[in-house]
Design a binder for this molecule. Structure first.
Ligand code: AFP
Length: 351
């Protein structure tokens, strides 16, 4: 690991090159993917920043594959990423939370040895109220022999990820990524249009201060999930109470907890028995990051990155963050995680 002082100005490009030099066998393809993502992130940041100024807010009326109404910026961000990534010759397929099927590399472009999955603009329902949103991505290496990427290449366990990261469009724009050599954060300097290394070697506290959960679902949680929440709040006198912080924008909640220590929780409930969040686009990339930072991620039964995906848009319960707090979830949910008794959902819950 190259050491940088707090005062050295290191662009993301320089940092990626220096990391790559430590691996003489590296072809530069993974680095190229990361540059292209950084470029797409700058373009999306620009759109997000001006969202309040131009009439591009609100829904464009179409629905994504989960039946959710898309915001216009979702569509724009999706398009930006696809166009920034599909012609570089480094990817052989992509999958986006906003598209139902594999996104192929268009005819005429070279296919590379990696696949990319991404959520182009997570938390987009928050855009109308000027709350941070984010992009999440994951890079895997192709496994099949043909030229084009196939479903099998995308449906790999998270532990096989080669890189993962997120971009948070907040009071400043930050890109945080890992290639398995620690977690590094870069802040966009808008004056020069460059991501500069601002958070080298991020480590997350072992014990969290914050609990991020939407507890309006309490009525439709399992009893063991309710017990876990009582534990986190200190109500069973087993630990110090955690402070509740919930933005409702996963990247924002995750980012705060990564830096300050905490656990983000989105359990299964009777309305969504597999939880809400997506394994490939949200849980796996953030799990890779949190583990690299010293934290952990589980679905309540097993480590997130050990789950074998069976479909592109698979959902998963998610408990992610500081190690002790995720271990507590594992211990308290192990017998019955994710499953909920099939009884009626009270009217109005989980709307
Ligand atoms: P949207 O992309 O539909 O806004 O969903 C955001 C999200 O996937 C994630 O960013 C939040 O953590 C989570 O949903 C919030 O869900 P609840 O509204 O059910 O708490």
């Amino acid at each position: 690991m190259v050491q940088h002082t707090a005062t050295s100005v290191v662009t993301i490009e320089r940092f990626i090159i220096e990391q790559e030099r430590q691996f003489p066998e590296a072809t530069g393809e993974l680095s190229g993917i990361l540059y292209d993502i950084a470029l797409a992130a700058k373009m999306i940041a620009n759109k997000v920043r001006s969202a309040g100024l131009v009439d591009i807010l609100g829904s464009d009326g179409s629905e994504n594959v989960q039946g959710e109404v898309q915001q216009k910026l979702d569509v724009i961000a999706n398009d930006i990423i696809v166009k920034a990534m599909d012609h570089g010759g480094r990817l052989c397929a992509m999958a986006s939370e906003e598209e139902p099927d594999i996104i192929p590399i268009p005819d005429g472009f070279r296919c590379g040895k990696y696949v990319l999955t991404f959520d182009p603009l997570d938390g987009s329902s928050n855009i109308d109220v000027n709350v941070p949103v984010g992009t999440i991505f994951s890079v895997l290496q192709k496994r099949t022999n043909g030229m084009r990427g196939e479903m099998e290449d995308l449906l790999q366990r998270g532990k096989y990820q080669k890189a993962a990261g997120y971009v948070i469009y907040g009071s400043s724009t930050m890109l945080v990524y890992t290639t398995g050599q620690g977690v590094h954060g870069f802040t966009l300097d808008p004056a020069i249009g460059e991501f500069l290394l601002s958070h080298p070697n991020i480590r997350t506290p072992e014990v969290g201060r914050y609990l991020s959960v939407n507890d309006s679902y309490e009525q439709i949680w399992d009893e063991n999930v309710k017990a876990l929440m009582r534990r986190y709040r200190g109500l069973d006198n087993q630990q110090k109470p955690m402070s509740v912080r919930y933005v409702g924008s996963l990247v924002a909640d995750f980012h705060r907890n990564l830096l300050g220590g905490g656990v983000f929780v989105y359990p299964a409930n009777r309305k969504t028995p597999n939880g809400k969040l997506r394994l490939l686009y949200e849980a796996n990339p953030l799990a890779f990051i949190v583990e690299q930072a010293g934290g952990a991620a589980t679905d309540g039964r097993q480590r997130i990155m050990d789950v074998k995906p069976t479909e592109l848009h698979q959902r998963t319960p998610l408990y992610i963050g500081s190690k002790r707090d995720v271990d507590t979830a594992m211990a308290m949910l192990a017998n019955n995680a994710g499953s909920t008794a099939p009884s009626a959902v009270p009217a109005g819950v989980g709307a």
